[in-house]
Design a protein around this ligand. Structure first.
Ligand code: NAG
Ligand code: NAG
Ligand code: NAG
Ligand code: NAG
Ligand code: NAG
Ligand code: NAG
Length: 387
């Protein structure tokens, strides 16, 4: 019930908002679609949900929506109880920055942003995202754990079931964070290898991810459906940035961990030797792409079709999964007019879509309906938000 007031306001505003949205989408057509990770200061950012048209209506195998009601069932109710496999842990790198900007010397908070009935300061915003990230994982994969790799200097405290904070030494400043993330991943994998070498460990598969994603289906399935990969990456049909670094799945066998670690060390080498001057957001993706494409037998044309495929790269068997299912980003700007696949598993709230991540959790929390929530995301994902 908690979102009632918000919803009424939203319905009331719909005609006005629709026009603004249309103007926005036209102006965005002239924008370079490959720069979807970068904020675009020209456009207004909204402080409330904006519902526009849903892409992909009438296309087969795409989610059909009527308002925010889904006409298709996207996921089978709950998981298959007879399906028991190795456990999965999500691993994310997260640090809190000391934002003295959050409050005046007199203790008054500045720059508060409201979502639903809660207000957030700048620091609280990233904590809210992290919490929603965990909420969705615990909803979609209740048996999985979440491991947060963080700067030992940051006083991150999270008390939730199945969530562990693991400090790893490094240089976590904002402009080095993507570089540090790869280093923290490597350190983490080294620790796991060490544990395996000491005793017979139970196998845990890992999914390294950004924290601005919502997991909406059981991802443990990929480790069974595709039994032969060491690590999995997500790709899209984008010439300059075909790979997204926000989702890397790693098979938790000693062999899988070792090969994934070696692969990431290759990526780290490419990053430090070639892309240190790239934007702080993109260096790791460019390095990832470089490592994949520097394999002489790699066929880049495979990125044009959204079908999974396997290839041998830097000594590892790498599974390539289409972003359309495993790393779906709401269609901001000119790209992705094709709507949302019915079996989408991960939604990624990149850039200025973070408010939508919280709004969609609130919506799901009050409706308990993932399919309807996906309609909400599909219809409001083209908007840039303030959060
Ligand atoms: C979600 O809502 C749709 C209609 O919008 C309905 O068909 C479906 O059964 C609902 N699913 C659940 C799990 O309640
Ligand atoms: C999705 O729902 C629409 C409208 O009810 C229907 O026409 C379409 O066949 C459904 N798609 C699938 C794959 O079930
Ligand atoms: C449930 O899992 C079992 C074992 O993996 C599989 O054989 C069966 O087809 C699954 N059932 C459904 C409905 O997915
Ligand atoms: C945060 O900044 C304040 C004021 O600049 C300083 O007193 C405090 O020690 C800093 N805290 C950390 C953890 O760096
Ligand atoms: C929002 O409102 C609901 C219902 O009034 C209440 O249960 C909930 O605690 C509130 N949430 C926050 C963050 O204040
Ligand atoms: C919604 O949030 C409340 C409070 O966090 C929680 O108790 C409840 O189980 C949530 N509902 C769903 C459907 O997740």
């Amino acid at each position: 019930m908690r979102s009632c007031i918000g919803w009424r306001r939203l319905l009331f505003l719909t005609p006005l908002v629709f026009i603004v949205l249309h103007l926005l989408s036209v102006s965005e057509l002239h924008r370079d679609a490959s720069r979807d990770d970068l904020p675009n200061k020209r456009n207004k950012k909204f402080d409330h949900l904006v519902i526009g048209p849903a892409a992909g209506q009438g296309l087969p195998n795409r989610l059909q929506c009527q308002g925010t009601k889904a006409l298709n069932k996207t996921h089978l109710p709950s998981s298959n109880l007879s399906y028991k496999g190795d456990s999965v842990a999500f691993v994310t790198v997260f640090t809190v920055y000391n934002t003295s900007l959050d409050s005046h010397p007199d203790g008054r908070s500045v720059n508060l942003i409201k979502v639903g009935n809660a207000s957030y300061s700048k620091t609280e915003r990233s904590m809210a995202i992290l919490n929603v990230f965990i909420n969705f994982i615990q909803k979609s994969m209740p048996q999985s754990n979440v491991i947060i790799l963080t700067d030992p200097a940051s006083d991150l405290s999270i008390r939730r079931n199945r969530v562990t904070v693991m400090p790893i030494k490094g240089e976590y400043s904002r402009d080095k964070l993507m570089l540090q993330r790869i280093r923290s991943y490597i350190t983490f994998l080294e620790m796991k290898l060490e544990e395996h070498s000491k005793r017979q460990e139970h196998i845990t598969n890992y999914i390294f991810s950004d924290s601005d994603i919502s997991v909406v289906d059981d991802l443990g399935q990929i480790f069974y459906k595709y039994p032969n990969f060491h690590l999995a990456l997500t790709f899209r049909n984008n010439k300059d940035q075909p790979l997204n670094s926000g989702f890397i799945a790693i098979r938790g066998t000693p062999d899988g961990i070792l090969r994934a670690k070696n692969f990431l060390q290759e990526v780290l080498r490419a990053y430090t030797s070639k892309y240190m001057t790239a934007s702080r957001m993109l260096g790791d993706q460019l390095a990832l792409t470089w490592v994949v494409k520097s394999n002489p037998s790699f066929d880049g044309k495979r990125f044009t079709k959204p079908e999974p495929f396997l290839d041998e790269i830097a000594g590892a068997s790498v599974l390539f999964l289409p972003c359309a299912k495993y790393n779906w980003t709401p269609p901001e700007g000119a790209g992705q007019f094709h709507g949302m696949p019915l079996d989408v598993k991960v939604v990624h709230f990149k850039g200025s879509r973070k408010r939508l991540m919280l709004e969609s959790w609130n919506f799901f929390n009050s409706t308990s309906n993932i399919s309807d929530m996906l309609c909400l995301i599909l219809k409001s994902g083209r908007t840039k938000y303030d959060f």
